[in-house]
Design a protein around this ligand. Structure first.
Ligand code: HEM
Length: 396
């Protein structure tokens, strides 16, 4: 298939969403390397082998121009938009937040918040699960991880969502600027009161044998607020969407808790929340028949790769038995998601707690986001109600 078949492709297009995105990826995988003329021209990789190889080859596929196509202004995300050795130093800052001991310590809080949100949702008889559970939960949990104040959290709720909506259209990302201001205020407050939390630790942390600047601390915090938030919101929305649309799944869940990790992995594979990230080539690269020159932007579509039949037979189906080993929902190589273990814990706990409730039923039309910021896809509105006990026995 000709490369120029995709010359008008635009991953920021308003109509590039749930209905069109999966068939587009399927057609692109036939290509196998697509090229678009939009945004100054960029390549798109969609086959599993190509995407995984590019993600693992950070020397040829650099993140130092950022991972968004087109490139967005200054203010690089830490550590996402850096190559080694700076990337390695920045990445180590995140390890402290997610040490095995710290993750263990956080578990009771995560469980309690999930239980509280589910109890209110149950009392209300259900409703939009995105607004009630998927949106509040990740930010509240990240707040506990980092040490943000309640006032910062409520501002962040509004700003994180608008950040992705605006990132593609604004030359200067207003929401990101506001998030940055919020973070600088939080830094000043922590410096004054020194509570015992991760943020206070960050104030004295060092990279490459020097203290972090306030700008670097702010950008590290923004990564928690953005990289760790929208992804998990969509992962929760997608997981619940799968639960209420795949027949028999909730019965399996109620019958056997050992299916939980596989449910989570298969949901992340089939409905990958963070679809694609960009790289810039540092040297000429040949992929199939395509010659990609040095200095060219290339989009790696983790979501398309996760539905590649060559890697995952009957890839369009939810088949948790497969185990989904090697899926790319958290990326691969040196930029592999630092929050993956924590996100998995959150998703697994949610499924555990959902078992205590009557099964969920889809209760109206689902609305999906567009590919927000050129990265994120998930339900924007997902109405569900609880089945009666009689309904539970009748679950297909
Ligand atoms: C289900 C939820 C999540 C998904 C699907 C997800 C997905 C991803 C993906 C695909 C990447 C790689 C990007 C690339 O290769 O350019 C990544 C990196 C990253 N993620 Fe996540 N993420 C999730 C949750 C989290 C959480 C909870 C945090 C908390 C801080 C987090 C923080 C980060 C950071 C800081 C990076 C950059 C790592 C680096 O550059 O070395 N993510 N994530």
């Amino acid at each position: 298939m000709a490369l120029d078949q995709w010359s008008d492709f635009d991953h920021h297009a308003e109509d590039f969403s749930e209905a069109s995105i999966w068939p587009t990826y399927q057609a692109m995988r036939e290509c196998p390397v697509a090229h678009s003329q939009k945004h100054g021209g960029y390549w798109i990789l969609t086959r599993y082998a190509d995407v995984a190889a590019a993600a693992r080859d950070h020397q040829s596929f650099s993140s130092a121009h950022g991972v968004r196509i087109p490139e967005v202004g200054p203010g690089r995300s830490i550590p996402l938009d850096f190559d080694p050795p700076v990337h390695t130093a920045y990445r180590a800052l995140f390890a402290k937040a997610f040490t095995p001991d710290r993750v263990k310590e956080l578990q009771p809080f995560v469980r309690r918040r999930i239980q509280e949100l589910l109890t209110s949702f149950r009392s209300a008889g259900g409703g939009d699960v995105v607004a009630a559970i998927a949106e509040p939960l990740p930010l509240e949990i990240l707040t506990e991880v980092v040490g943000f104040s309640p006032a910062t959290v409520s501002r962040l709720r509004v700003l994180t969502r608008s950040s992705w909506q605006q990132v593609a259209s604004l030359p200067l990302d207003v929401a990101r600027t506001r998030i940055r201001e919020l973070m600088l205020k939080e830094i000043a407050a922590h410096r004054a009161s020194q509570p015992d939390d991760y943020l206070t630790w960050l104030l004295t942390a060092a990279v490459q044998d020097r203290p972090l600047t306030d700008d670097e601390i702010a950008r590290t915090l923004i990564s928690f607020a953005i990289a760790g938030h929208e992804t998990t919101v969509n992962a929760i929305g997608n997981l619940i969407f799968v639960l209420v649309t795949e027949p028999g799944l909730q019965d399996q869940l109620h019958a056997d808790t050992t299916v939980i990790p596989r449910f989570v992995e298969e949901s992340l594979r089939l409905r990958t929340p963070a679809h694609m990230f960009g790289r810039w080539t540092t040297r000429p690269v040949r992929i199939g028949d395509a010659e990609i020159g040095a200095g060219e932007p290339v989009l790696l579509s983790f979501a398309a790769a996760n539905r590649d039949e060559k890697q995952f037979p009957h890839a369009e189906e939810f088949d948790y038995v497969r185990g989904a080993r090697g899926h790319l929902a958290f990326g691969a190589g040196i930029h592999l998601c630092v929050g993956a273990a924590f996100a998995r814990l959150e998703l697994r706990m949610l499924l555990h707690e959902l078992r205590e409730l009557p099964p969920l039923r889809l209760d109206g039309a689902v609305r999906f986001t567009k590919l927000e910021g050129g990265h994120h896809l998930g339900p924007r509105y997902l109405p569900v109600s609880f089945a009666t006990e009689r309904g539970r026995r009748q679950t297909p």
